[in-house]
Design a binder for this molecule. Structure first.
Ligand code: AMP
Length: 288
């Protein structure tokens, strides 16, 4: 199988016009490349639901709050294209920076409230950059469905809200997090970890699972759950916890009492690498 690699906006639009006219549903999987099985799952789900699958690969400078993070971000286009082809992607849209930002970007998408906590608090401008590039991609590709991972739950909530508030005619599809055997969520950043750092990294999912277990067992005091979960990091000087918060799953606001479904989300630094993860927590007997 081979995928068509397209670098220009005009060319991808030309390629998709005929497909749209033929009535085939277009599915878009936006990525920043350095593809792994998590991205692969998004592509497989898109493949099973759409007549034409487009994967975009673009490391979006304007969503990086730190220049060093942008510079260190892995870029592996040739194997990525192969990876897409193996999963049945029809078109890989891999624009250059000049193609995506042909002139200085003056219009930006700001999603309020949902971006106040979690990553939004620690990465100024991050979600503005994400929402802006995703709106550009949705306008370029005009997919019927677009696929995003639960791994980045705040990003997903922000995109859902942007699409709803701007009446963008696309269905946003959430795909569950793909993990390694030890629970670590797959991430392009995992390849930046040393062997020793990789060994330590599952501490994050262990903390989240501790919280999930407490909520399932009936705990309702969010602070107590958070503190108990944070104890997993004790005696781990290599790990710096950036945040560990319990929020409502739609507006991403911290909750004090756990009465329905909540999300526990965390970000940690191990050495120079930042890892994030989250889990949905469902109280015992909750249908909400
Ligand atoms: P990224 O390339 O990191 O911007 O991610 C592109 C898309 O893949 C986003 O929608 C992510 O949420 C999703 N994704 C990243 N890692 C995973 C994973 N481990 N499981 C499922 N989806 C993922």
């Amino acid at each position: 199988m081979s995928a068509q690699v397209v670098q220009s906006v005009a060319e991808v639009q030309r390629a998709l016009d005929g497909i749209r006219a033929a009535g085939r549903v277009i599915g878009l999987v936006p990525t920043m490349g350095a593809l792994h099985a998590g991205h692969g799952r998004l592509m497989e789900v898109a493949r099973s639901e759409c007549g034409c699958v487009v994967a975009s690969i673009f490391v979006n400078r304007i969503q990086f709050d730190r220049a060093d993070d942008y510079d260190r971000y892995p870029r592996t286009l040739t194997p990525d294209v192969e990876f897409c082809a193996e999963r049945g992607v029809d078109i890989v849209f891999a624009p250059s920076v000049e193609e995506m930002y042909a002139r200085p970007q003056r219009a930006f998408v700001e999603v309020e409230r949902l971006t106040e906590h979690l990553c939004g608090r620690f990465r100024p401008g991050h979600f503005r950059g994400v929402a802006t590039v995703v709106l550009k991609l949705l306008n370029i590709v005009r997919p019927g469905r677009a696929y995003f991972g639960e791994k980045d739950a705040q990003q997903l909530a922000v995109i859902r809200r942007m699409v709803a508030d701007f009446n963008v005619p696309v269905e946003i599809v959430e795909v569950p997090t793909v993990r390694d055997a030890d629970g670590l969520a797959l991430s392009s950043r995992n390849q930046l970890l040393s062997v020793e750092e990789r060994r330590i990294a599952p501490v994050l999912i262990r903390a989240l699972r501790t919280a999930q277990g407490l909520v399932a067992a009936g705990a309702t005091d969010a602070d107590a759950v958070r503190c108990e979960a944070a104890r997993v990091f004790e005696g781990r000087p290599e790990v710096r916890v950036e945040y560990l918060e319990i929020v409502d799953p739609e507006e991403m606001q911290p909750v004090a009492r756990i009465e329905g479904r909540v999300r526990i989300a965390g970000a940690i630094w191990i050495g120079k690498t930042r890892l994030i993860d989250n889990l949905l927590c469902v109280p015992a007997g909750s249908s909400r």
